[in-house]
Design a protein around this ligand. Structure first.
Ligand code: HPA
Length: 282
């Protein structure tokens, strides 16, 4: 017997979520490693465990809680995901991007993708924030592989502006106004789960990458397919392998992203209302 289609999975998840909360979110956000606490700033919050949402898996990575939070953030109706599914965990791409597709199907105008990343650009310091200008997909996979789901979007989606340039301007202006240094650059998405070798980091720099991480790219592709504008922000948790002579650990990444979460929270508190009013469809 054939299992449910992707479309049916999205519909089942959306109807469960809408039965728990009447919020009509304008902004969706996926919170990367250690960045989950940002969602604590939501008011009137309804929290759902991923296990309550049809077809969502539990999360297996420390620092990824596995909760959906619907609420108001600085007066803006939002939906936040604490925890994401990674390709390196062994999930099929279809499952990795299901939460993204569900957020988009809830009617959001903008998807904000956050992540922890290693800094490749030698001007970057640990705990910097980087707004993603563009990405390089080095995962060897694509969530749109297979028959195209024409209800979701076109066979060959344009990726010229995978990260909305007007949203990038809003983030940069906001950061400048609150005196928060904000880097800008290209995010290379790799499969992981190993961190890179120093030779790989040199290769990534030659390719034009400023930061490297193991997420975000599939979600960005799935949202672009659906025509939802995407914003990406990386927490530079460490210098990529070989730049400093220190070995990389997940603990270091978690520690820095917790520190960076404070900066990310103040940037988003100021930027989210502006993203809605200056870039939204109102
Ligand atoms: N490489 C890949 N992914 C990462 C890193 C890194 O250095 N830091 C945080 N996520």
């Amino acid at each position: 017997m054939q299992g449910p289609s992707i479309y049916e999975k999205i519909r089942a998840a959306v109807s469960e979520i809408q039965s728990r909360s009447s919020i009509q979110p304008k902004i969706g956000m996926i919170l990367g490693s250690g960045l989950g606490p940002i969602a604590d700033q939501c008011t009137d919050a309804v929290k759902l465990n991923y296990s309550d949402i049809p077809y969502f898996h539990g999360t297996s990575v420390e620092g990824h809680a596995g909760k959906m939070i619907l609420g108001n953030f600085e007066g803006v109706p939002v939906v936040f995901l604490q925890g994401r599914f990674h390709v390196y965990e062994g999930y099929p791409m279809e499952d990795v991007v299901l939460p993204t597709r569900v957020l988009c199907a809830l009617g959001i105008e903008t998807l904000i993708l956050t992540n922890a990343a290693g800094g490749i650009n030698t001007r970057f310091q640990p705990c910097d924030l980087m707004v993603i200008r563009d990405h390089i997909n080095l995962m060897g996979n694509n969530p749109l592989k297979g028959p195209n789901l024409s209800e979701l979007g076109p066979r060959f989606p344009d990726m010229t502006e995978a990260y909305d340039s007007k949203c990038i301007e809003i983030l940069k202006n906001t950061a400048a106004e609150i005196n928060l240094p904000l880097q800008e650059g290209v995010y290379a998405g790799v499969l992981g789960p190993t961190y890179e070798t120093p030779a790989e980091v040199r290769m990534l720099r030659t390719l034009g990458a400023d930061a490297v991480g193991m997420s975000t790219v599939p979600e960005s592709i799935a949202a672009n397919h659906l025509g939802v504008q995407v914003v990406g922000i990386s927490a530079i948790t460490n210098l990529a392998a070989g730049i400093s002579h220190q070995k990389l650990t997940h603990e270091e990444v978690m520690e820095s992203s917790e520190l960076t979460a404070k900066k990310m929270t103040s940037l988003l508190k100021n930027a989210i209302p502006r993203l809605v009013h200056e870039r939204g469809n109102e």
